[in-house]
Write a protein that binds this ligand. Structure first.
Ligand SMILES: [Zn+2]
Length: 378
């Protein structure tokens, strides 16, 4: 299947009743000219609005966009001349910046993850403490774009992500356009904090509240679409309060923690210096998936770097979990400074072999043997 930059309804976990309503107003051609999707940051509001835009522009729509017309194929690549997505940006010096200038960055973010938060976008913008805004240059651009007749379909869709970041001058400039857009132009907006919207803007939109994902549905999704166990999926699905991005982040944190624990036990096994212990560890590693063993290698490398920092007397270690802190300290006391480079080389050689599909069991057994040689007997 083609890699879709912009999702259809099936690519979201938005409430099915809400999707049915949107789908129906699209098919009846009863789309309001300005719709505001409200929902939490990183949630389904943005994917749903994108899917609605796709459905509006689709040339052969059923209940969902068809997926194969020219417009849909252009949406797959986010290259549809009738679709304009605008989002907050950071001003570079005194130069006017619009979403268009950051198309590439936003596009890579969409490509790497369908769901992302304001923080993820700010990390891409690298603006430090600077607040991203939708500046007046964007309003000028929107006025210009919507004045051109639509390219192919009968509609032209402008999607504004986070209208609450609009400067007042931007909002004032857009008021008239939002009140009476040219024929065929539809404004969609996605807000994570509608209370920050100027009343004048808010009043021009019809509001749709996008509810959180139902817990059971979220858990089912996590079970079938991540490596989480049922227990982990239950826990993350519950704590995430209906937000898939939050659930995935919770699971990543858990996976990271698990890799760290394994990395520590890899080091401790090397210190035991017995083939029996090596064999046991290698057998255990062989029950993991290849991505999991690679993340175990990476976690060990991270841990060595931490231990190295520790031996230079820094107190600033990232492993704050008390349960493993003392164990890490004990391992770091056993490893001489002169051995770190060798250990890291061993890890990177093992990583390479794992990437080339070598037997997990053999790679870990050999790794333990070579690592043990770099840790003096106590
Ligand atoms: Zn289509």
């Amino acid at each position: 299947m083609a890699n879709r930059l912009l999702p259809d309804y099936a690519g979201t976990l938005a409430d099915r009743g809400l999707i049915a309503q949107l789908s129906s107003i699209r098919l009846r051609e009863a789309i309001p000219h300005a719709l505001l999707f409200c929902g939490d940051d990183g949630g389904e509001a943005l994917p749903l609005a994108l899917a609605f835009a796709r459905h509006i522009l689709c040339e052969d729509p059923g209940e969902d966009a068809c997926g194969h017309c020219e417009s849909c194929r252009q949406m797959d690549l986010w290259d549809n001349p009738d679709f304009y997505l605008c989002y907050p940006v950071i001003k570079a010096d005194s130069r006017e910046v619009t979403s268009e200038d950051l198309h590439k960055d936003f596009s890579s973010l969409l490509e790497s993850q369908v769901r992302f938060s304001t923080e993820d976008w700010r990390a891409v913008l690298k603006g430090g403490n600077k607040q991203p805004h939708i500046f007046v240059a964007e309003a000028d651009r929107l006025i210009h774009i919507t004045s051109l007749s639509s390219f192919k379909s009968r509609h032209q869709v402008v999607l504004i992500w986070q209208p609450e970041t609009m400067r007042e001058d931007t909002a004032n400039k857009l008021l008239k356009l939002l009140e009476e857009p040219p024929k065929g132009v539809i404004f969609l907006a996605v807000s994570h904090d509608p209370s920050r919207l100027l009343e004048t803007i808010l009043s021009r939109f019809q509001r749709i509240d996008v509810p959180p994902i139902e817990e059971d549905r979220l858990i089912d999704y996590l079970v079938s679409n991540s490596s989480a166990t049922l227990d982990q999926a239950y826990e993350a699905g519950h704590l995430a309060r209906g937000n898939l991005l939050r659930a995935m982040r919770l699971l990543e944190g858990k996976a990271q923690e698990h890799a760290t624990d394994l990395a520590l036990s890899l080091m401790e096994t090397a210190m035991q210096r017995t083939p029996k212990a090596y064999r046991e560890f290698a057998n255990q590693a062989a029950t993991l998936s290849r991505p999991e063993v690679i993340s175990l290698i990476d976690a060990t490398d991270r841990m060595l770097r931490e231990m190295l920092a520790l031996s230079y007397g820094t107190d600033d270690i990232i492993y704050t979990r008390l349960s493993i802190r003392d164990r890490i300290r004990r391992v770091s006391e056993a490893v001489p400074l002169s051995s770190y480079t060798g250990l890291m080389d061993d890890l990177s050689a093992a990583r390479m072999e794992l990437m080339q599909n070598a037997s997990i069991k053999i790679v870990f057994f050999d790794l333990l043997v070579t690592m043990a040689m770099l840790i003096p007997k106590r």
